[in-house]
Design a protein around this ligand. Structure first.
Ligand SMILES: C[S@@+](CC[C@H](N)C(=O)[O-])C[C@H]1O[C@@H](n2cnc3c(N)ncnc32)[C@H](O)[C@@H]1O
Length: 325
C-alpha cells in the first residue's frame, strides 16, 4: 500500500508525524479496523472480556453498588471488549451499567445500542476505566545520541527517511534523564512524557474507581537500547512510515506512568483465568465438555504466556478505593 495522506511535505519530529499519520482526517485509525492489522488480547479469546467483567464486578462491590456503574473502554477499537463484557457481566450489575467506548474511529454499524460512542471519557466516573493497547498508540518523539554524546530529536520525512534534529526541549530532556538516560552514540529512546500526561488525564475522569492500562512495555532496567518504534499492517510488522499506510507504535515505559504494575499473567490468574488442562477422565465421561475445556485452556495459555501476551504489563491506578485486584 502506498502513501495514504495527501499532505506529505516536510520533516517533523516522530510525535507530530505519528499524530498526523494515525489521527488526522484520512489517517490510519480513522480509516482502518485495528483487528484487520494486529491481534490484541481482546481478539485472542473471550476469556479476556470475561476477566474484565470479573474485575468490573469487583470494582462495583468496592464502590458499594452505585446507582450507575460506568465502564469506560479507552481506545475501544470497534467496541469488541465492551461487547464481550456486556455478554458476560451478571444481570446485576448489568442493569446499572453505563458502557462508554472512547474512540477516534467511527462507531461501527450494528454495535450494541447500549454502548455509547464518545471521543473523550466522561467526567465524574464511578467505575472502571480500561485501556487495552492504547498507550502504545499515544505518539512519542524519538531521540538518538549523536557523536558528541548528546541526544538529538530524530526528524522523519513522510517516506520514513530520518535525519538528526535539535536537542530535545527541557521537559523532554528532564524526562530522559529521569527515565531513560542515554550517553552512547547511536543509542535511541522514545520520550514517554506525552504518555505519562495522557494517562494522568485519563485517570482524572474517575471520581472513584479503578483505571487499568494494559500494554507491552519496559521498565528502566529493561529499556530497549535502540528503542522499539515500529509499524504494523495487515498482521505483519513493517518499517514505520508516517504516511497513513500503517499503524505506528512503540513499547510503553510503563514505570514512568505511575501506579502499580502487574504482569498480565499475574493479573489474569488473580481474576480466575488459568491455563490448567481439564482432567482426562472428563474426556471419557463428557467428551464435548472436555473439548470445550481444552479449547478454553489453550486460549488461557495464550493470554498468559510469559513471552507473549502474558508478559504485557497491567498498570493499576485505584482512585478512592483499595485495589480490587
Ligand atoms: C491498538 S488499538 C486497540 C484497540 C482495542 N483496545 C483492542 O485492544 O483491541 C488502539 C486504539 O486506540 C484508539 N485511540 C488512540 N488514541 C485515541 C484517543 N486519544 N482517543 C480515543 N481513541 C484513541 C485508536 O483509534 C485505536 O482504535
Amino acid at each position: 500500500m502506498g502513501a495514504v495522506l495527501s499532505d506529505t511535505g516536510g520533516w517533523r519530529g516522530w510525535r507530530e508525524a505519528t499524530e498526523r499519520a494515525l489521527y488526522q482526517p484520512g489517517g490510519f485509525y480513522l480509516r482502518e479496523r485495528p483487528a484487520d492489522h494486529f491481534r490484541t488480547s481482546v481478539h485472542a479469546s473471550p476469556l479476556f472480556a470475561g476477566a474484565v467483567a470479573e474485575l468490573l464486578g469487583r470494582v462495583d462491590r468496592s464502590l458499594g453498588s452505585p446507582a450507575t456503574l460506568t465502564m469506560v473502554d479507552l481506545g475501544a477499537g470497534r467496541g469488541e471488549l465492551l461487547t464481550g463484557v456486556l455478554a458476560r457481566l451478571a444481570p446485576e450489575p448489568l442493569a446499572r451499567l453505563r458502557a462508554c467506548a472512547v474512540e477516534v474511529g467511527p462507531r461501527p454499524e450494528g454495535l450494541d445500542p447500549r454502548i455509547e460512542w464518545l471521543t473523550e471519557p466522561p467526567a465524574g466516573v464511578h467505575g472502571l476505566l480500561f485501556a487495552n493497547e492504547w498507550l502504545d498508540n499515544v505518539p512519542v518523539d524519538v531521540v538518538e545520541v549523536a557523536a558528541d554524546g548528546e541526544p538529538r530529536l530524530v526528524l522523519v520525512a513522510p517516506d520514513g527517511r530520518e535525519r538528526p534534529g535539535p536537542r530535545p526541549a527541557r521537559p523532554d530532556a528532564d524526562w530522559l534523564d529521569r527515565w531513560w538516560p542515554l550517553s552512547e552514540p547511536g543509542r535511541r529512546a522514545e520520550i514517554g512524557r506525552p504518555r505519562d500526561e495522557a494517562w494522568e488525564r485519563a485517570v482524572g475522569c474517575l471520581d472513584r474507581g479503578l483505571a487499568v492500562a494494559v500494554d507491552y512495555g519496559h521498565r528502566r532496567s529493561t529499556r530497549p537500547p535502540f528503542g522499539s518504534l515500529t509499524g504494523f499492517r495487515a498482521g505483519r510488522e513493517v518499517p514505520p512510515v508516517p504516511d497513513g499506510s500503517c499503524d505506528i507504535t512503540a513499547h510503553v515505559a510503563l514505570d514512568s506512568c505511575g501506579g502499580t504494575l502487574l504482569s498480565q499473567r499475574e493479573a489474569l490468574h488473580r481474576l480466575g483465568v488459568g491455563g490448567a488442562r481439564p482432567p482426562l477422565s472428563l474426556a471419557r465421561s463428557e467428551p464435548a465438555a472436555y473439548l470445550r475445556a481444552l479449547n478454553s485452556a489453550s486460549e488461557a495459555a495464550e493470554l498468559t504466556e510469559p513471552a507473549g501476551l502474558g508478559g504485557f504489563g497491567w498498570l493499576l491506578h485505584p482512585v478512592g478505593l483499595p485495589c480490587p485486584l
